[in-house]
Design a protein around this ligand. Structure first.
Ligand SMILES: CC(C)(COP(=O)(O)OP(=O)(O)OC[C@H]1O[C@@H](n2cnc3c(N)ncnc32)[C@H](O)[C@@H]1OP(=O)(O)O)[C@@H](O)C(=O)NCCC(=O)NCCS
Length: 159
């Protein structure tokens, strides 16, 4: 699916599609540029074929990705946004929003009635993005990240 990036020029089209093996090196490069404790290659490899592992392509190159899945818990289907990042040079033009929007649609189609995610307490940009998408802070998990930083768990109900 190709979407016009909100606020972008005519050339700023983003295609969101399922991730393929050929995308993984670019995904890992973006991951390494985005996080202090990046996922290794194998972690992404394991999610190939998962409908919620999507990449955003702009100008023929991977500009970002999202990894999301659904698990059954107490008879309910819970969606989980596990990882999302956009190449540092491509941020701020709507790629992250396009990825999140498609991931939520995939999770809804797979029967999720709510979606959770964890975000670093200090990650104000990501928290703002999630709030724009209707996520509400649910609880704080002290020392969740390797550097002892707290995570904020955020939750959004799906219709
Ligand atoms: C978070 C991230 C995926 C957002 O991707 P993006 O393509 O820049 O997001 P968008 O352009 O769609 O921005 C959507 C909204 O997010 C918010 N936002 C995103 N990054 C922001 C930043 N650095 N500062 C403030 N707000 C930010 C804004 O509210 C923005 O809305 P606006 O365009 O109306 O101002 C991207 O900044 C990123 O890869 N960050 C590093 C990795 C990361 O922190 N991932 C989240 C882990 S929980």
């Amino acid at each position: 699916m190709t979407t016009q990036v909100p606020g972008g020029d005519d050339g700023d089209e983003v295609t969101i599609r399922p991730a393929e093996r050929v995308d993984l090196l670019a995904v890992v490069r973006i991951e390494n540029a985005s996080f202090e404790q990046p996922w290794p290659y194998d972690a992404f490899d394991r999610f190939l074929g998962e409908p919620g592992f999507l990449v955003a392509v702009t100008d023929g190159a991977v500009a970002g990705y999202v990894v999301a899945d659904v698990t059954s818990k107490f008879g309910r289907e819970l969606g989980h946004i596990k990882d999302i990042a956009v190449h540092p040079d491509r941020r701020g033009v709507g790629v992250g929003s396009a990825l999140l929007s498609r991931a939520l649609a995939v999770l809804a189609a797979r029967g999720a009635d709510s979606v959770k995610l964890e975000v670093r307490r200090s990650n104000d940009g990501a928290k703002r993005l999630y709030r724009e998408f209707g996520f509400e802070p649910l609880r704080r998990v002290p020392g969740y990240y390797g550097n002892d930083e707290d995570a904020i768990v955020m939750l959004r109900k799906l219709d």
